[in-house]
Write a protein that binds this ligand. Structure first.
Ligand code: XMP
Length: 555
């Protein structure tokens, strides 16, 4: 059953079905088994606290510390001792920040940082805070130092700057500098513009004028490691396995014999949340998986296969595709689409939860950046561009107690935990997929026919990107079904069909993104396949805009 047009082979729907079937069959036959690793007993957690003075790099410090296998939390500089005492910190890091210590209202380190006699590392503004509070002098430098600099070590040896190889390139970003060190401090390093680029005393207090946490300081991680292991005495036992063991104990203590529900989305956060809770309390957990009809091809099968067949979890699967389509009928405004989808999701979820009888807890896959961001956002007003991530979330009026086992993890840590839990790599490395799904990628009204076209085009994009081994390097790759139609020609016939756009972006965090320079041959292959395999589409274009000024999604 093959047709030829302009010498391109048209894949028939049979081809797609076969590959689909094979992939599912492979999973069902256990070629990608979900193995459940043995549990290890939890080891006591070692915590480092980053006192945050508002630097754009504060969160990065926490990530780097965790990469050294030491647990780390970020707290605002004015956090009272009662809040941090339960964490039993083993040391403090004072972050950078935009202020000048000699200004009247400048944020300073709380007294407990010094009174605890624990090791302290001040970074950039944090170092100036140390100098200012411990009796030294800080003043405006005649020259701002911004960018890379070469660090020279003093004759004085220090455990902080041990095991480094010259040349030592570091990243500087400061306008103020230390003109007089506090009593008993020694200069440990200098640069062309900073006579005191690093300082320390014999009581475990150190300062760095440069930023060890950024990639532009290539040996920065060694320096942070020196502080953690040599100075704070940390052993580095913050590992995915230890986190899993610790979380299981914590979830068991918290949930006791209570019932927990969790909404599965197919994404990595909810998958890891559910698996962790399932490891802790087994069948006390019920997952609700709502198919809103806006998912990618094979997504529902994959989720059910992993969680129901392989992990034997209690899953309530609801195919609510028709309901979602109905509530999107005639809607073209992107924000209204989001609101309708969000509203319908809550309705379906509430109905299903009600059928389960008494529920004590609701599990959510909240991550650490959301926790930090939401507390910071309370004092910030920003323009609404898209109503985003709360869409598909659950209403505040729901009266369950929350269980959020990932609320102290960064995304890369969630992935590591997921892999250590034995979840399939496909699921762990899945690119982000928005809650409103294909509805915000089918421009204009969302109809069954449009969704089918988009799903077929999207499937081709995804397959070709995976075949080219580019899937993991790219932040997101997808097709958009535009509401523009254009004239084409097939054989001797004129066609009038949809324009599909391809979007492929690289990004670190979705705040900014660049369009991916995909190879022309790959673009040609994607384009040919879409034109030939997706009925109703006769033109494919590639989106070459970055964010800003565009956004990643088209709606
Ligand atoms: P934009 O389009 O704003 O997207 O550059 C940034 C990231 O957010 C995702 N996104 C959403 N995720 N609900 C979600 O859960 C939404 O309404 C939504 N809108 C955009 C988008 O896929 C990208 O990763």
């Amino acid at each position: 059953m093959e047709t030829k047009v302009n010498s391109h082979r048209i894949a028939t729907s049979d081809d797609i079905e076969v590959s689909t079937y094979l992939e599912i069959a492979k999973e069902i036959q256990g070629e990608q088994p979900v193995s459940q690793p043995e549990l290890t007993p939890a080891i006591e957690r070692e915590t480092i606290l980053v006192i945050d003075f508002g630097s754009q790099y504060s969160m990065l410090i926490a990530r780097r510390v965790r990469e050294c296998n030491v647990y780390c939390e970020l707290v605002p500089y004015n956090t009272p001792w009662e809040k941090v005492a339960p964490l039993q910190p083993k040391g403090f890091i004072l972050s950078g920040g935009p202020a000048s210590v000699y200004e009247p209202e400048a944020p300073l380190a709380p007294a407990y940082v010094y009174e605890s006699h624990l090791p302290i590392l001040g970074i950039c503004y944090g170092m100036q805070v140390l100098a200012h509070q411990l009796g030294g002098q800080v003043a405006l430098a005649t020259k701002h130092e911004y960018g890379q600099a070469i660090l020279h070590l003093s004759a004085e040896e220090s455990p902080l700057l041990a095991n480094l190889e010259p040349p030592l390139t570091v990243w500087m970003s400061h306008g103020d500098r230390i003109t007089e060190m506090p009593p008993d401090f020694k200069a440990l390093a200098y640069s062309e513009n900073s006579p005191v680029a690093a300082m320390g005393n014999d009581n475990g207090i150190f300062g760095l004028q440069f930023h060890p946490e950024v990639a532009h300081t290539p040996q920065g991680k060694t320096i942070l490691g020196n502080f953690l292991y040599n100075i704070c005495g940390c052993k580095g036992n913050w590992t995915p396995r230890n986190f899993i063991a610790e979380s299981i104990e914590r979830i068991r203590r918290r949930a006791k014999d209570g019932k927990v529900i969790c909404a599965l989305s197919g994404g990595v956060d909810s998958a890891v949340t559910a698996s962790l809770i399932h490891r802790a309390i087994g069948n006390q957990l019920t997952c609700i998986f709502i198919n809103n009809g806006l998912l990618r091809r094979e997504e529902p099968e994959r989720v059910l296969n992993t969680f129901q067949r392989n992990l034997k979890m209690n899953i309530v699967y609801v195919d609510a595709s028709e309901r979602f389509l109905e509530c999107l009928r005639g809607v073209v405004d992107p924000e209204l689409k989001r609101r309708r989808i969000g509203g319908e999701f809550i309705k379906v979820f509430e109905e299903e939860a009600a059928k389960l009888g008494r529920i004590d807890f609701l599990a959510q896959g909240t991550l650490y950046p959301d926790v930090i961001e939401s507390s910071a956002a309370q004092s910030r007003v920003s323009a609404k561009i898209k109503t985003h991530h709360n869409v598909g979330g659950l209403p505040a009026k729901m009266t369950f107690t929350l269980i959020e086992p990932l609320r102290h993890l960064f995304k890369d840590e969630v992935r590591k935990v997921g892999l250590a839990l034995g979840l399939p790599e496909d699921m762990i490395w899945r690119q982000p997929f928005p809650g409103p799904g294909l509805a915000i990628r089918a421009i204009g009204e969302v109809t069954k026919e449009h969704l089918e076209m988009l799903r077929a085009a999207d499937w081709i994009v995804m397959n070709e990107i995976k075949k080219a081994k580019l899937y993991r390097q790219l932040w997101q790759t997808f097709a958009i079904l535009t509401d523009t139609k254009s004239v084409g020609v097939v054989g001797d016939d004129r066609t009038y069909g949809h324009v599909v756009a391809i979007r492929a972006v690289t990004s670190e965090d979705a705040m900014t993104a660049d369009w991916a320079r995909l190879p022309y041959d790959l673009l040609a292959q994607i384009s040919n396949r879409i034109i030939n395999e997706v009925a109703g589409v006769n033109r494919v274009v590639y989106d070459t805009t970055s964010k800003p000024p565009s956004t990643i999604e088209w709606e």
